[in-house]
Design a protein around this ligand. Structure first.
Ligand code: IPE
Ligand code: IPE
Ligand code: MG
Length: 248
């Protein structure tokens, strides 16, 4: 008997990388600086990583910039972060547009400052025809919030129970039209998902490094890509090289 549905040979370059940009606070503390200095350094690193992704031929990059739980931080940190994000959009949009980056937002806009909401909408609108790299900015994003939002929309649309499939749920998520991440990188060493892409991460490969986000540069990204290339993604199936052993 021959087994059907072998694992499709997957490309060695991930189509979609998602990054939990963690460790800004610890990076700053190590240098005796305020936490906001770490966030500032984090945004500078982001510029480097976006450039490297364009260069390495990555098609989709998702970055976790602010979670639904991050509102629970001290108000000075939240306000400072919002200001940094407003500045990033204001100062980086032109260059991102020039590089051919198409910007998407994942999450809810409503709790953000009016200036930030306006900035995000403008960034999305201005870059909508770019096609070099799709950059998804998870900002006021939570995986559970995303799933609740999807349930509510499905119910409001009168979706019938038997119509609910993996494909349909995907159409109601913030990531509609975007393939699942192939590789999720978490900097600063924590081994947890922290409410990030909990649906989409079902078969992602994980790469965790102790390096704090502001120090995670191009060469570190290259290392993560090399490791990804050596992974054997099976998606619950068996590798075709093992067929002989199964059949005896
Ligand atoms: C990640 O860095 C950035 C955000 C969550 C906004 P942290 O601020 O979580 O840094 P650590 O984890 O405290 O070092
Ligand atoms: C995850 O990091 C959120 C972002 C990177 C935006 P956190 O620092 O908020 O996660 P926990 O609290 O360590 O789980
Ligand atoms: Mg953290």
């Amino acid at each position: 008997m021959t087994l059907k549905a072998p694992v499709a040979p997957s490309s060695t370059v991930p189509q979609h990388i998602a990054i939990i940009m963690d460790g800004n606070g610890r990076w700053a503390r190590k240098r005796g600086l305020p936490r906001l200095a770490g966030h500032k350094a984090g945004t500078e690193n982001l510029r480097r990583i976006i450039k490297a992704c364009v260069e390495f031929g990555i098609k989709y990059l998702t970055i976790y910039a602010f979670s639904t739980e991050n509102w629970g931080r001290p108000p000075e940190e939240v306000d400072g972060l919002m200001r940094i994000l407003e500045d990033v959009i204001e100062h980086e949009l032109k260059e991102l547009d020039r590089q051919g980056v198409q910007i998407h937002h994942l999450g809810q806009l409503d709790r953000l400052s009016p200036k930030l909401q306006k900035g995000v909408l403008e960034a999305v609108e201005q870059t909508r025809n770019n096609d070099r790299l799709v950059l998804n900015v998870a900002l006021n994003y939570g995986g559970r919030d995303e799933i609740i939002h999807a349930f509510r929309q499905m119910l409001a649309d009168g979706v019938k129970p038997e119509e609910v499939t993996v494909e349909l749920v995907g159409k109601y998520l913030y990531t509609v039209g975007i393939p699942d991440p192939d590789l999720i990188i978490r900097t600063s060493g924590e081994l947890r998902i922290s409410n990030f892409m909990i649906w989409q991460a079902a078969y992602a490969e994980w790469y965790v490094t102790p390096t704090y986000w502001p120090d995670f540069g191009r060469e570190e990204l290259r290392k993560a890509l090399d490791e990804y290339a050596s992974r054997d993604r099976r998606f619950g199936k068996v590798d075709s090289s093992e067929y002989g052993e199964i059949n005896g």
